[in-house]
Write a protein that binds this ligand. Structure first.
Ligand code: C5P
Length: 400
């Protein structure tokens, strides 16, 4: 289960056309195991019925501040205390102004005043209204008070304008909430992750490399950190920012990567080999830049690099090891064979038969263990990484 499992979330819906997206937001949060209570303003009810959101959330929708019925069950103070987060989506210019002013003239604004939980707003309004100094100043005030903003996005608007003011997609809102609530599934554990390509020098200026961007490995490092692990990220040459709280060791060649892994794995609990390691390297690195050889061409003799994943799993039999298998055909079959040959606990297979993975921000994978086959639908690499970390944590604790 994800980071939002069993989290109590109030979704505040205000009167804007984007209110129809709140239904999808409720559904996505439900799927993550969150407990949802919906609060609607009067304006919101003109766009979407309470019944729709009641059916999706599985709980009665709250609409009134002074509701004798509700006060007997869960009144506004209980509701404010119950919440682990309040998410206002869509947040109109009006509600932002009310919040900036500290108003408590309806249930939603009262809850924001009465809660100690973090408050997220996903603004949605006409681009001119968003750009207005009054709105922007209200937003500045709210940011200073640690209200979290999600969006708004730029693009075409329901009113026909083009500009900034579209509500962020429900999936982006869920991603933000996920980042806020760590799963802690790897609390106290030490994880070593390899990422990116390796470079095998030919001479002082040339090398053999590959197109790996390192995005998946970096996303895994971030997700493992969010889950509470102490993370060492051993990265080949990539242009990516180090995820917060992660120790990074930069390497170039496969042999440097292996030696960094050997050292870091001494004290590790989990090893994840995500790097695209060059299988071969030149036997000798020329001391000087190679000259053109003319018509005769140039032959560079290569020798096989060590397999880092297989070496680490052999040298540290107690370590829980995870590998990746990028395949173009018979993906699952090849991945299973690779898992056994390299003696890995889990292997994460992805189909790279079309160009939809390398350097991209999205990925779809299947996680394979001796008794496990879990397919993850296409999603952002960060979302996939979080799901992989959850699966790794679950399997790690099961085999403890
Ligand atoms: O054999 P193949 O390269 O397809 O295996 C991929 C898996 O093995 C990945 O987890 C990759 O990080 C790892 N690997 C490695 N060292 C190598 C080659 C691959 O760790 N020399």
């Amino acid at each position: 289960m994800g980071h939002l499992n069993q989290r109590n979330i109030i979704i505040g819906v205000c009167g804007g056309i984007a209110a129809y997206k709140s239904a999808e937001l409720v559904r996505l949060l439900q799927k993550q195991g969150a407990c949802i209570r919906v609060v609607m303003t009067e304006g919101a009810q003109a766009f979407i019925t309470p019944l729709t959101l009641q059916a999706l959330s599985g709980n009665p929708v709250h609409t009134e501040l002074l509701d004798a019925e509700a006060e007997r069950g869960m009144g506004h103070i209980e509701l404010a205390r119950w919440a682990d987060a309040i998410v206002i989506a869509p947040a109109t210019a009006d509600v932002l102004a009310k919040l900036a002013n500290g108003d408590a003239d309806n249930l939603l604004t009262t809850l924001v005043l009465a809660t100690a939980a973090p408050v997220f707003v996903a603004p949605a309004m006409n681009q001119q209204m968003w750009a207005q100094a009054a709105t922007q100043e209200n937003c500045d005030t709210l940011r200073r008070r640690n209200i979290f903003f999600i969006g708004p996005e730029a693009g075409e608007q329901a009113c026909g304008d083009i500009g900034t003011g579209r509500m962020s997609e429900p999936s982006a809102i869920v991603e933000n909430l996920n980042a806020h609530f760590p799963s802690r599934a790897l609390d106290g554990l030490r994880v070593v992750i390899t990422a990116g390509p390796t470079r095998e020098a030919i001479d002082p200026v040339r090398f053999i490399g590959n197109h790996s961007s390192g995005k998946m490995g970096f996303a895994l490092a971030r997700a493992a950190r969010e889950a509470g692990a102490t993370v060492t990220l051993i990265a080949g040459p990539v242009h990516l920012a180090t995820p917060e709280g992660v120790e990074r060791i930069d390497v170039e060649s496969a042999r440097q990567m292996l030696s960094a892994c050997e050292q870091s794995c001494e004290h590790a609990d989990i090893f994840v080999a995500c790097a695209a390691v060059a299988d071969y390297r030149p036997i000798a690195i020329a001391d000087h830049k190679l000259k053109k050889q003319g018509e005769a061409g140039l032959t560079i003799e290569l020798t096989q690099n060590p397999d880092i994943a297989a070496t680490i799993s052999r040298d540290f039999p107690e370590l829980y090891t995870v590998g990746f298998a990028a395949e173009t055909q018979n993906v699952l079959e090849h991945a299973r064979e690779k898992r056994q040959r390299k003696q890995l606990d889990l292997i994460i297979a992805n189909d790279v038969s079309n160009d939809a993975v390398f350097g991209q921000d999205h990925n779809s994978v299947t996680i394979i263990g001796p008794e496990l086959q879990l397919h993850l639908d296409k999603a952002s690499k960060l979302q996939v990484a979080r799901s992989c970390i959850e699966a790794i944590a679950t399997d790690f604790h099961r085999s403890d």
